[in-house]
Write a protein that binds this ligand. Structure first.
Ligand SMILES: NC(=O)c1ccc[n+]([C@@H]2O[C@H](COP(=O)([O-])OP(=O)(O)OC[C@H]3O[C@@H](n4cnc5c(N)ncnc54)[C@H](OP(=O)(O)O)[C@@H]3O)[C@@H](O)[C@H]2O)c1
Length: 333
């Protein structure tokens, strides 16, 4: 084959296996009012997507198969981001395990199956790092899934997520449906949930430091020794990665998306104190459990594809606190 023809064919092959345009395509973002879904929707709109379809929980209860069927039959979206889920913190998971497994299994099953049957070209399912084995080797690589026992505290939620990921794989294998799973590390950012029962580590800490500042308290007590290390990713960075992955033609399976930046709970608390402007002391209650000593994802696969996060933890937390202050003012007025 002449060299020029070979080079041209290689270039075409290269283009088709990497990036393709999404603009002009209809994208359904399920869960667009949540932290992750709203960040993905913002990202798509900022990039000039005009056909982003959304429905609130009330308009389209995704656990209702009849409603989901009618939606897909009517809208026939080309791309789907499944960022809707019943999500909660340790307390909610411990007390409402039945709701977590039932709701999430229903949402996933309805949406993934309807998306396949109505000819969706690509579906992105949001998994979670909590579905990896409790004692997985760090950094956690994608192939660690199902290699050991899971953390007990959120087992129903994790099992539902594993089922969703497995469903994507099985539909891809049996039907050739391009469904893939994104596994984010701990997400924080604009749109986070500050409810004491349902918040994750960053939002919960921000709320406590803020409330202590407003109340003029002399100290904030943080559970544990402060030594555990956590990898955090800003929701807008995660959204950027999701749109990056949606644009790729190669059918994935599952891919980790983390910032690659670790921070100890102690440093996070001190950073939070400074960003919030709390003047009192930070104390660590070492009689309380620490949880997993270290949790970081192996981000080799997504880095190899060429994606990098844009925000440092400091910049992300400042952005989040500015938004928190604005939304708190709105809430109080
Ligand atoms: N936050 C994290 O740290 C994190 C980490 C890793 C993975 N993820 C994954 O990312 C996804 C989104 O998480 P998030 O933090 O953005 O959660 P979120 O803020 O709680 O948002 C979830 C969204 O789903 C909607 N929803 C829940 N049940 C629904 C139903 N039956 N029908 C229709 N809509 C429903 C909620 O609407 P309502 O509020 O109106 O119910 C909400 O808008 C989840 O799959 C989660 O597992 C999150």
């Amino acid at each position: 084959m002449p060299r020029l023809v070979r080079l041209l064919l290689e270039a075409i092959d290269d283009m088709s296996s990497t990036i393709f345009p999404l603009q002009g395509r209809q994208v359904f973002v399920a869960g667009h009012r949540g932290m992750v879904g709203s960040a993905i929707t913002r990202r798509l709109l900022n990039e000039g997507f005009t056909d982003v379809v959304t429905r609130t929980h009330d308009e389209l209860p995704l656990d209702d198969s009849t409603a989901v069927e009618a939606f897909f039959a009517g809208e026939q979206p080309e791309y789907v981001v499944l960022a809707a889920a019943k999500v909660g913190g340790i307390v909610a998971n411990a007390t409402h395990g039945a709701d977590f497994i039932r709701e999430n299994l229903k949402i996933q099953t309805n949406v993934i199956d309807a998306a396949y049957r109505y000819g969706v070209r690509k579906l992105l399912f949001l998994g979670s790092s909590c579905i990896y084995p409790r004692d997985a080797e760090q950094p956690i690589a994608e192939n660690a899934l199902l290699t050991g026992p899971l953390e007990e505290t959120n087992l129903p939620y994790a099992i539902a997520k594993i089922a969703g990921k497995t469903m994507c794989d099985a539909y891809r294998r049996q039907y050739g449906f391009d469904a893939f799973t994104v596994m984010p590390s701990n997400v924080y950012g604009v749109g986070d949930n500050f409810d004491p029962e349902n918040s994750h580590v960053v939002a919960g800490m921000m709320r406590r430091f803020h409330d202590a500042k407003v109340a003029g308290d002399s100290r904030v007590v943080v559970w544990g020794t402060g030594s555990p290390l956590r990898e955090l990713i800003d929701a807008d960075d995660l959204a950027d990665a999701c749109v990056f992955l949606l644009r790729r033609c190669d059918d994935g399976g599952m891919i980790n998306v983390g910032s690659g930046e670790e921070i100890s709970i102690r440093d996070l608390a001190l950073l939070m104190k400074s960003i919030v402007g709390f003047q009192g002391r930070v104390e660590f209650d070492s009689t309380r459990p620490d949880g997993t000593p270290r949790k970081i994802m192996d981000n080799t696969a997504i880095r190899t594809l060429g994606w990098r996060p844009a925000l440092s933890i400091d910049a992300g937390l400042r952005k989040m606190y500015a938004w928190f202050l604005k939304s708190d003012t709105l809430r109080l007025n």
